[in-house]
Design a protein around this ligand. Structure first.
Ligand code: PHE
Length: 462
């Protein structure tokens, strides 16, 4: 949540969520501290009064002190937009799959994973901010909703796949606005080579083939060194091998960028597509990079990638291989390609949205009428011992109001000089994408937000 948001959500689709876990480091975050006990009461509505259990796909999971999944979030699990024929996210998935025809295409892995699988298996440090209950959804201390598709790397490598793509819904607690939604879709891709002379020959041959493909296209690539002191080769890797694999990763992803954005950017010799590579950091790759594409006057972060950490491959039982992996956010790319201005639209069941699209075709979204906004403010004193986290506020609002909330903005925050108590004021922008909301209807929803804030989060309404 931004403290004050200056731009309107409809202004541009490009103030998009930072999809990269490592880019969201906020040092003040709490790690696996129990959430307000009241949060757990949200669950009771879901599992018909059994507040000590959550039921997901017919399986009952015990709740505990860190349970923070809400009925609104759990309701998204069965939807699997990336597999709904004709849905823009499904078309984009197929387009990328078609670019990698000889890769295994996976898209049905369960979003429920252990924190071990989401983080530890991928060498995330114990104090990584992504683990915090304020950032991730936990069913209980042993089970969570995956925060990224990388959570499946080890199991897919272990199954013996050496070239694969995996598409899935991922979950992160976040602010509410036109470009942030707590569920989004990622695609993970990976390729492994044998870490020997034969494997490196295969890599070199592939590099020559990809280089030829790119030579024939109008694309300008700003590169960074494959390996540098700040983006080092892994100790167990031969630097020449790591160089070849990093080169393969870049060539392969440059051809994908050209396929996705070449046509859109009108890539021609006068107006070439610009792609830039920048150094990055991920706990599970080294060297690591991010790719940005210059689109309508702005650099947009498109994906994270790198040479897979040998520890990951050792855990997966394929220590004799080396290779690369990438993860990209599908909504971000689809918003650009289809000109979709609000991330909530992906979840719309309105025929005016869905009927615009045909499987396999990218077309420009034609906006239908925008209904008026209705703003409601709520001010309160936060509980003294447990200051309210903005993401707890947003989850409560989403749980009560669903997708008719377009935007939540914190418009005031101050600490009383004498009592030390924190006062906050939030402005909720109610606007449906499908119909006009009546003031009475919004008042009734706002009243529910207020009473649940009081009862469940223990705030004192001002
Ligand atoms: N999983 C990372 C993210 O969500 C992206 C990534 C995937 C980076 C694979 C490197 C390799 O931010």
């Amino acid at each position: 949540m931004k403290f004050v948001r200056v731009s309107s959500v409809f202004e541009s689709p490009f103030h998009l969520p930072c999809m990269l876990q490592t880019a969201r480091i906020l040092p003040s975050r709490l790690f696996l501290t129990p959430c307000a006990p009241s949060t757990r009461r949200w669950i009771s509505g879901l599992s018909s009064g059994l507040s000590n259990h959550v039921e997901i796909s017919g399986v009952r999971y015990p709740t505990d002190a860190i349970t923070n999944v809400t009925p609104a979030i759990l309701g998204k699990l069965p939807l699997r937009l990336h597999t709904q024929p004709g849905h823009p996210l499904s078309t984009l998935r197929s387009l990328i799959e078609a670019h990698y025809p000889d890769y295994a295409h996976l898209s049905s892995l369960s979003p429920l994973v252990t924190p071990y699988k989401n983080f530890d298996e991928l060498s995330f440090p114990k104090d990584h901010p992504g683990r915090a209950v304020t950032d991730s959804y936990y069913v209980n201390k042993d089970m969570m909703l995956r925060t990224h598709t990388s959570a499946h790397e080890v199991e897919v490598f272990r199954a013996g796949e050496t070239k694969w793509l995996l598409t899935a819904d991922v979950y992160r607690r976040d602010e509410i606005d036109g470009s942030h939604y707590p569920v989004f879709h990622q695609m993970e891709g990976a390729r492994l080579f044998s870490a020997d002379a034969a494997g490196m020959r295969e890599c070199e041959e592939d590099n020559a083939r990809l280089r030829q493909q790119l030579a024939r296209s109008d694309i300008v690539i700003e590169d960074v060194p494959h390996i540098s002191p700040t983006n080092p080769v892994q100790p167990s890797h031969d630097p020449r091998h790591a160089e070849l694999v990093a080169k393969n990763l870049k060539l392969s992803l440059n051809t994908l960028m050209l396929k996705l954005f070449g046509g859109v950017a009108g890539s021609s010799s006068e107006n070439p597509l610009r792609v830039r590579w920048i150094e990055a950091y991920f706990p599970f790759t080294s060297p690591s990079f991010e790719v940005e594409v210059f689109f309508q006057g702005k650099w947009l972060e498109i994906l994270g990638t790198g040479v897979v950490r040998q520890a990951t491959l050792d855990t997966a039982g394929v220590a004799n291989k080396m290779g690369w992996a990438f993860g990209l956010g599908l909504e971000r790319i689809a918003m650009i390609l289809y000109s979709i201005p609000d991330i909530r639209l992906f979840w719309s069941t309105d025929p005016r949205f869905l009927s615009q699209f045909e499987e396999g075709k990218i077309t420009t979204f034609r906006p239908y009428s925008k209904y008026p906004s209705c703003f409601k403010d709520v001010s309160f004193w936060s509980p003294k011992d447990q200051p309210l986290h903005e993401n707890d506020f947003c989850d409560l609002v989403r749980d009560v109001a669903g997708d008719i909330v377009e935007d939540v903005e914190k418009i005031d925050n101050f600490v009383h000089p004498k009592t030390g108590r924190t006062s906050m004021c939030f402005r909720i922008n109610y606007r449906s994408m499908d119909r006009s909301l009546s003031n009475e209807e919004v008042n009734a929803i706002q009243a529910q937000v207020v009473s649940r804030l009081r009862d469940q989060l223990g705030v004192e309404i001002r």
